[in-house]
Design a protein around this ligand. Structure first.
Ligand code: ATP
Ligand code: MG
Length: 260
């Protein structure tokens, strides 16, 4: 199945009438939107709106009840996360997904197993794998550590990092897989303002480097600075879409936040 926008190349991501129900709960109740190549698309909405569920379905972690997820025009809905990751979609989690008992560097070197679904056991057992891949992975991890000002933390256990540093590690782990599309679930939750500002700069820098992002974020000021367009979800549906200025002026959005 393919899809094009005005006859041009297909959108990077197009979600069509996506749904997920848990028993009687419609977590996502028929959602459609685009994420443009090169943009940081914002996904906002009150608690329980279905944002994480939508992100999880795009990442292949949650199987949709129905609907399409077109990545570069190809429907990937229902594919498991390791297959989605191979199509250069990476994600960060609302809760940190690092291994607290491993060092920061070890977390980076093993990041692709979490993202791509390769067998960690097989890789640990296979010396030939390490011989060929180790140098490249270490170089990539070293670059990321420098870029995110985390070089001095490389050999610290992830469990000893501050909340903000763990958010950074979460982003770095996702970047280890060289994604084309990065799905971010509240990347600044629980981060102090100074580190939050740094994360904003890093994300803008990644965007300038050509990375496309779909970002769930609660802090409106952050969304305003980073995201265009912004999609508003409430109770499993898309309520509004546009620039943050347009959304701020939308009475339905104000109502949803008051009710939600
Ligand atoms: N595994 C599940 N089983 C049952 N209900 C679920 C499950 N996952 C999510 N839900 C429900 O679906 C709705 C949407 O949840 P989701 O986590 O997607 O919301 P969210 O927009 O990410 O909220 P938040 O801003 O609090 O992170 C909620 O009502 C939630 O309770
Ligand atoms: Mg959520």
């Amino acid at each position: 199945m393919t899809s094009t926008v005005a006859g041009a190349q297909p959108a990077l991501l197009e979600v069509r009438d996506l749904r997920k129900s848990y028993g009687g709960v419609h977590a996502v109740a028929g959602v459609s939107f685009y994420a443009r190549r090169g943009a940081i698309t914002g996904l906002i909405g009150p608690n329980g709106a279905g944002k994480s569920t939508a992100l999880g379905m795009i990442a292949g972690a949650i199987r949709p009840s129905s609907g399409s997820i077109l990545l570069n025009g190809v429907d990937i809905a229902g594919q498991p996360s390791y297959q989605v990751a191979r199509k250069r979609v990476a994600r960060t989690f609302q809760q940190s997904s690092d291994f607290a008992g491993m060092t920061v560097l070890e977390n980076l070197l093993t990041a692709r197993f979490g993202q791509r679904g390769d067998s960690l056991w097989g890789a640990l057992a296979g010396r030939r794998f390490w011989a060929s891949a180790e140098r490249e992975l270490i170089a990539k991890a070293t670059d990321l550590l420098a870029r995110f000002d985390m070089t001095k933390m490389a050999n610290e256990l992830a469990g000893t990092l501050s909340g903000g540093q763990r958010r950074l590690l979460e982003i770095m782990r996702a970047l280890m897989t060289d994604p084309e599309l990065l799905l971010l679930d509240e990347p600044m939750a629980g981060v102090n303002p100074a580190l939050g500002a740094r994360i904003e700069d890093y994300l803008l820098d990644l965007q300038a480097g050509g990375l496309s992002m779909l970002m769930v974020e609660h802090e409106m000021a952050v969304v305003e600075r980073l995201c265009d367009p912004v999609i508003v979800m409430a109770q499993g549906e898309v309520l509004a879409e546009g620039t943050m200025a347009q959304i701020r002026a939308d009475q339905r959005v104000l109502d949803a936040y008051l009710v939600g």
